[in-house]
Design a protein around this ligand. Structure first.
Ligand code: XIL
Length: 373
């Protein structure tokens, strides 16, 4: 699939994305405001995941996003089911809009995601064989990461690849890609992404790594460390771990020494760490909105205080920015019929306690560049 970069460039320009799109240089950005400004002064890139429709149809939300975020992630529009209507066919309209919005707002882009066991088109599930898998995987990654090369800071190359319940000795998830390519699909994907965009920071991202009091998560950390060490030893171009950070408001906020040690161990492998999908699920919290907001804020604070104490953590993305637009409304709706409140801004786009908790956590972080000897 040839990538028509000149027409992409034209469309991004029409979308107001500015000049120098393929120079590899990041957009000229004024000093940042909002959460991203506070985070930047402490060595952290802050951003959020978006759906382009909500930004394009809601100027107040777009303005909030521009003020608060130095990085944007496509919540859905870079997944296979959105990009690949058929074999050999690509539909980049939605993904291009996300990149254009980011450029317009002077924000970086985090790409999500090149390989996942979910959100795959029916034709892929039907047609994938051991004979065509490597070409399909490499063709997709080459076309997608190649199209946006120089425009994307980082990619979730492989998403959610570890599942200990699948009972493989190596801990890898039994996914459609593993079925046809075996464990090699992971280094193959990273190599393809690196070839397509040598400047991008390449992540393996996963959930279930956050809580110290949850045995399966503690075990998953161990499994992941072994796998990461192996891939690093074999020279796979993996640059960072993505920790999703979907937190659960009704659990104890058990982010303590074991999480800190895990982050240290990941960093010792020579890897960076990004928090890629942070939010706090308040589906099962009782009480008034104000009470729930207090608990949600405590979770943001407790998690970020530990995460940001590790210098390797360089970026934090929330999975949405305002409760006005969150997939939790449908995926984790509350039984009392009141709206979910998982994000730093409420439905009226006002900052909640979560915003202030995050701001405090960023402000308390020692800037790694400034403290390095
Ligand atoms: C979710 C989106 O938020 C939803 O809109 C969509 O319906 C399903 O996917 N882990 C991931 C994300 O890596 O891609 C998921 O996003 C949330 C869980």
């Amino acid at each position: 699939m040839p990538v028509d970069r000149s027409s992409l460039s034209r469309r991004l320009l029409l979308a107001g994305a500015g000049a120098g799109l393929f120079s590899g240089a990041s957009a000229q950005t004024p000093p940042r405001s909002g959460l991203s400004g506070i985070a930047a002064r402490h060595g952290v890139l802050f951003g959020a995941a978006i759906e382009p429709d909500t930004v394009d149809s809601d100027p107040a939300f777009a303005a909030l996003l521009a003020r608060e975020c130095a990085s944007l992630t496509a919540e859905n529009h870079m997944k296979w089911n959105m990009l690949r209507p058929g074999p050999g066919r690509f539909e980049f309209e939605g993904a291009d809009r996300v990149v254009a919005i980011a450029r317009r707002q002077g924000a970086m882009v985090h790409g999500h995601c090149l390989v996942w066991h979910e959100a795959n088109p029916a034709w892929l599930v039907r047609e994938l064989t051991t004979g065509n898998a490597q070409a399909l995987l490499e063709g997709h990654i080459g076309a997608v990461a190649g199209r946006y090369a120089g425009l994307i800071r980082s990619w979730d190359v492989v998403n959610e690849a570890i599942e200990r319940n699948d009972r493989r000795p190596d801990g890898l998830r039994k996914s459609l890609w593993l079925n046809v390519l075996g464990p090699d699909y992971i280094p193959l994907a990273f190599e393809a992404a690196h070839r397509a965009d040598p400047g991008a920071r390449l992540l393996l991202s996963d959930y279930g790594l956050e809580y110290d009091d949850e045995p399966w998560m503690v075990e998953k950390r161990e499994t992941l460390l072994e796998l990461l060490a192996g891939w690093k030893r074999s020279g796979a171009p993996i640059h960072a771990l993505g920790i999703q950070g979907h937190l659960i408001g009704h659990r104890p906020a058990s982010f303590g020494p074991a999480l800190r040690k895990f982050l240290r161990d990941v960093s010792s492998l020579g890897l960076g760490i990004d928090i890629t999908e942070l939010d706090v699920n308040d589906q099962n919290l009782h009480g008034s909105a104000a009470h729930r907001d207090r608990i949600v804020a405590q979770h943001y604070r407790a998690f970020l205080q530990v995460a940001l104490s590790e210098p390797a953590v360089r970026a934090v993305t929330t999975w949405g920015l305002s409760d006005r637009y969150t997939s939790k409304s449908s995926m984790s709706a509350r039984s009392d019929g009141t709206g979910v409140r998982p994000l730093p801004f409420d439905q009226s786009l006002q900052p909640k306690q979560a915003w202030f908790a995050m701001a405090d956590a960023f402000a308390q972080r020692q800037h790694p560049e400034k403290t390095r000897n």
